[in-house]
Design a protein. Structure first.
Length: 231
């Protein structure tokens, strides 16, 4: 009995709650130790029973699911919270993850998927759909980029050759045309552009031209062809 995963189920719909309990009770790895229909009652009983996993579904009178998840995370971090959701919404799932949920699964999922989720979070893993995993990776990369300190542009020095490249880009020339104009290889032009963008922390050629124009680095002060095409 001690090896079984002790699960607590929370849902205000009695039919769904009892049906879920019945299905989970048939699983060899799981034992249901309690249920609740409201958020306040759930927190009270979870604190008393200390389950391994708490399944929290929609419609929790008294205390909403997000507040309950945060409260459990703070008071009983050993209790793994799995949210049974109605929609696969990125923003909602992110909010629950930040609140401390270990898993998120739709109510329309199969009992097999739910059991797999319970097993995963009990083993210390987090569980959500592949699409949400992809979203999380993208969001982490986005946050990391936002936190990355930007180099003050006043301290950046472009080489004479890099300035030549930017001027030719502003004139509307392709890499091949720039290579012919400067008597260098096209790959060398690509390397210079790559270095320029990295040095200036910019994303594309047009941003590099804007950078040069704002600092009066373009020859003769002419309006760049690339910019005039945008107007």
């Amino acid at each position: 009995m001690s090896d079984l995963i002790r699960v607590f189920v929370v849902d205000d719909v009695r039919l769904f709650r009892e049906g879920l309990v019945s299905l989970l009770a048939e699983q060899e790895e799981i034992t249901i130790i309690g249920t609740a229909a409201s958020g306040g009652k759930a927190l009270e009983k979870i604190k008393e029973l200390r389950p391994d996993v708490a399944l929290i579904a929609n419609g929790m009178p008294g205390i909403d699911r997000l507040t309950a998840t945060k409260a459990l995370r703070q008071a009983m971090p050993e209790v793994k919270v799995i949210i049974l959701g109605m929609a696969d919404l990125n923003e909602e799932i992110m909010a629950f993850i930040e609140a401390g949920a270990a898993g998120y699964i739709l109510k329309e999922a199969t009992i097999g998927s739910l059991v797999d989720t319970i097993l995963a979070v009990h083993q210390g893993e987090s569980f959500c759909s592949p699409r949400i995993v992809a979203y999380l990776f993208s969001r982490v990369a986005e946050l990391a980029s936002e936190r990355q300190p930007r180099i003050p542009q006043s301290t950046i020095k472009l080489t004479p050759r890099e300035l030549d490249i930017i001027n030719e880009i502003a004139a509307g020339l392709s890499n091949k045309e720039i290579a012919q104009r400067l008597s260098i290889e096209p790959q060398t032009v690509k390397n210079h552009i790559h270095n320029i963008l990295n040095k200036l922390q910019l994303h594309n050629r047009l941003e590099a031209v804007y950078y040069a124009r704002e600092r009066n680095l373009l020859k003769n002060g002419k309006v760049p062809v690339l910019l005039s095409r945008q107007t």
